[in-house]
Design a protein. Structure first.
Length: 245
């Protein structure tokens, strides 16, 4: 099926290409069936159970509505499938093997169909975003460790003044416009200060004082982390000359 980056690439290409979308659905049909089974708590069969068709439609909807800010695609698609099946039960008020809407939903005995029907809010997408954010933070923590830096180090090293923050922001923007700086960072595991000083005109002592913070920014912006980047954009782009996507 391919890795996470591959499925995201295919999903974005399929948004305007129905044939490409159908190919993804075909390739991920085992996943779709599996999620339908989890949601219903029983085995569902293509061609016999409506739930499979509903899950396939939901997967296609996930393709059309997905963005990287929503986290991992398959996690997002799984929640859309579950939501669509819950909507189906709400409208039909029936399910083979389930005689009451007070019956537990799937494997989670703490969630009953009636609970979801009565609560018109949809916590599933919010839960998906929280889970995706936690995963990004965990992955970032592991990656930063390879540079000898922790999240605590970065918090302690964060600029306190807007002027200093602007200098760090400028260094990040310059690095993003010059990929060789990122390449050197990955190769040496060290921030190429000389290049940043020369390219930005910033004082070396200012950049050195916030080296760990700058390192974290470079790692984040060169390795995806779409959710974390979204939060950072609000901070770093809050003043004139902020970081662009």
């Amino acid at each position: 099926m391919g890795d996470g980056a591959d499925i995201v690439r295919r999903v974005y290409a399929a948004k305007a290409n129905s044939l490409a979308a159908n190919e993804i659905i075909k390739d991920y049909l085992p996943f779709i069936k599996s999620e339908a089974c989890k949601a219903t708590g029983r085995i569902v069969v293509e061609g016999r159970d409506d739930e499979v068709s509903i899950a396939m439609i939901a997967f296609h909807e996930a393709i059309e509505s997905y963005s990287k800010l929503k986290g991992a695609f398959l996690s997002y698609a799984a929640l859309i499938i579950k939501r669509k099946l819950i909507d189906y039960y709400r409208k039909e008020k029936r399910h083979s093997g389930i005689t009451s809407i007070d019956t537990s939903m799937g494997e989670d005995v703490s969630i009953r169909i009636s609970d979801v029907i009565e609560d018109k809010s949809n916590p599933y997408e919010e839960a998906a975003m929280r889970d995706a954010t936690h995963k990004e933070i965990e992955e970032l923590t592991v990656q930063l460790k390879s540079f000898g830096v922790s999240l605590t180090d970065i918090a302690d090293n964060c600029p306190k003044q807007s002027r200093t923050l602007a200098v760090c922001r400028k260094a990040l923007q310059y690095a993003r416009e010059n990929p060789d700086i990122i390449d050197e960072l990955k190769r040496t595991k060290r921030v190429p200060m000389s290049s940043l000083v020369e390219g930005t005109g910033a004082e070396r002592k200012t950049l050195e004082r916030h080296r760990k913070y700058i390192l974290a920014l470079l790692v984040i912006y060169s390795n995806g982390y779409e959710i974390i980047r979204g939060h950072l954009k609000q901070v770093l782009g809050a003043t004139k000359g902020g970081v662009t996507e």
